[in-house]
Design a protein around this ligand. Structure first.
Ligand code: SF4
Length: 311
């Protein structure tokens, strides 16, 4: 079923409706790292609005983010007046400048991120959380972009998550997916990090699909849910569990899945065969009320909730 969902995804059309298209507009590795971080961190709210805001930033900063991000005062001037949700021009300027400084100090954002893994042994997926937290620390330090604003604005805290607090870090795992997964028309393969170290970016669509497909029973998008959904997907491809993310997410967007059996939507859904809400083939008699309630595990769970996570 997961392979069918991937196979039926119109990658070109869906990519053009996704914030990742912003990253593809840049050619160099350095620009793609900055563009990916920026697009992922602003991927908050309506996707059309996000794309328009990213286009606005591109028009203001010109074709080279690397050059534009070298000067914090220059960024602040060019971005003056920019607002997206709780994020203001100064937040975006400090994010880009902090990331650019990290590229200068470490050679790349990949090297900055890798520096957060323990030295002297092979990295595991569990280590990725602390590496991500260290990556956030480095950008905040270099921005500087402290979590708390002297003016009480919420943007600085929200722009980069507090990974150590149990946040699901959806937007940063989206950035990692874009950078580290092999180039496939959506993800860009900019980094050489193993895709087995990645976790699924759990947004509202993945959470809904994850529940429908029995990958999790949880209703929040926190770190535990992220681990459960990723562990479920890893059963099908431990080397690259996140490869299913884009097509599943866009399936949820395209179908406007309601977590309930709606024949006009569900009967054409490529995830139907594994969905807890859809009747099995030939069974058209069950009404919606007779189907399993959302919190009943009707599919074998991929792993027990408290089982140690490993790939
Ligand atoms: S079959 Fe229906 S409820 Fe299940 S995932 Fe597809 S659209 Fe959603």
């Amino acid at each position: 079923m997961l392979d069918a969902v991937r196979a039926t995804c119109d990658v070109t059309a869906r990519r053009d409706a996704d914030p990742v298209s912003f990253v593809h507009a840049f050619a160099t590795r350095e620009d793609r790292e900055l563009a990916g971080l920026l697009a992922a961190c602003l991927a908050f709210g309506n996707v059309t609005t996000i794309r328009n805001k990213l286009a606005d930033i591109r028009a203001r900063l010109g074709p080279s983010l690397t050059r534009a991000a070298a000067s914090l005062p220059g960024l602040q001037k060019k971005l003056a007046g920019f607002v997206h949700r709780v994020f203001r021009a100064d937040d975006v300027a400090r994010l880009l400048h902090g990331a650019r400084r990290c590229q200068d100090l470490h050679g790349s954002l990949e090297a900055t991120f890798r520096a957060g893994y323990p030295a002297g042994r092979a990295a595991t997926a569990d280590d990725t959380w602390e590496a991500l937290a260290c990556f956030v620390d480095a950008i905040r330090r270099e921005g500087p972009l402290p979590r708390t604003s002297p003016h009480g604005f919420r943007g600085p805290a929200h722009l980069l998550p507090d990974v150590r607090s149990g946040a699901g870090a959806k937007r940063l795992f989206l950035f990692l997916r874009w950078m580290a997964r092999p180039a496939d028309g959506v993800d860009l393969g900019v980094w050489s990090l193993s895709p087995s170290l990645l976790f699924c970016p759990v947004d509202t669509h993945i959470l809904k699909l994850g529940r429908n497909l029995g990958l999790t029973l949880r209703a929040d998008g926190g770190a535990t849910t992220v681990r459960e959904i990723t562990a479920g997907l890893a059963l099908f491809d431990p080397a690259d569990p996140v490869k299913y993310d884009f097509s599943l997410c866009h399936l949820g967007m395209a179908t406007r899945c309601r977590e309930a059996y709606e024949p006009t939507v569900c009967d054409g859904c490529p995830a139907r065969s594994a969905c807890r809400h859809a009747p099995s083939d030939g069974d058209t008699s069950l009404s919606k009320k007779k189907r399993a309630p959302t919190n009943t595990p009707v599919r074998p769970e991929p792993r027990a909730r408290n089982a140690p996570f490993a790939r």
